[in-house]
Design a protein around this ligand. Structure first.
Ligand SMILES: [Zn+2]
Length: 181
């Protein structure tokens, strides 16, 4: 359920059978998000929001509605670019170095550039589209190497290094960028 609020913009209301009280947080889009018990009506949620307005304003970094929409747009465009590029770039390096993965997923997590799961699914963050190409390629190579080593052992780094001689520099440079939007 979405509540339209004059001050906070769109407020996301998530019904959660496990929650016993109403909790506020900020979603990745900068919107206010409320987790409420399943039986909570819209009327009740609005009333609770109103009575906590001051605390929310002071404590939570909510973006103003214009910024929320700008971020939505940015994410949509980044997703579009990523879809047209990342799966093909991944395939290119996989073929080049002889890796086989099962699936490529695009993510927009705030904390990681990519991941590789034990069922050989490789997730790539759409935020990679904002990086210089060498760093983007490095992340892809890094995740491909995880297909053979599910850790950051010496053997793992050796494998990464065999495909990217400058991996140490790239790993360091990556720290200057943020995967989130
Ligand atoms: Zn890793």
């Amino acid at each position: 359920m979405i509540i339209q609020d004059k001050e906070f913009g769109e407020v996301i209301v998530r019904k959660n059978s496990l929650s016993r009280s109403i909790k506020f947080s900020v979603s990745t889009s900068g919107r206010l998000s409320m987790s409420v018990p399943t039986y909570t009506s819209e009327f009740l949620a609005k009333r609770f929001l109103n009575s906590n307005r001051d605390i929310i304003r002071d404590k939570l970094p909510i973006k103003d509605p214009t910024e929320q929409r700008a971020r939505d747009y940015q994410k949509k465009m980044l997703m579009k670019k990523a879809k047209e590029y990342l799966p093909y770039r991944l395939e290119y390096f996989a073929k080049l170095y002889g890796y086989s993965y099962s699936k490529c997923r695009l993510s927009h997590a705030n904390t990681r550039w990519g991941s590789c799961s034990s069922n050989k699914t490789i997730s790539l963050n759409i935020g990679l589209m904002k990086l210089p190409e060498v760093l983007r390629d490095y992340v892809i190579i890094h995740e491909l190497a995880h297909l053979n080593h599910m850790d950051h052992s010496r053997a793992f780094w050796q494998e990464v290094g065999s495909h990217d001689k400058n991996y140490k520099v790239h790993e360091k440079k990556l720290k200057f960028f943020n995967p989130g939007l």
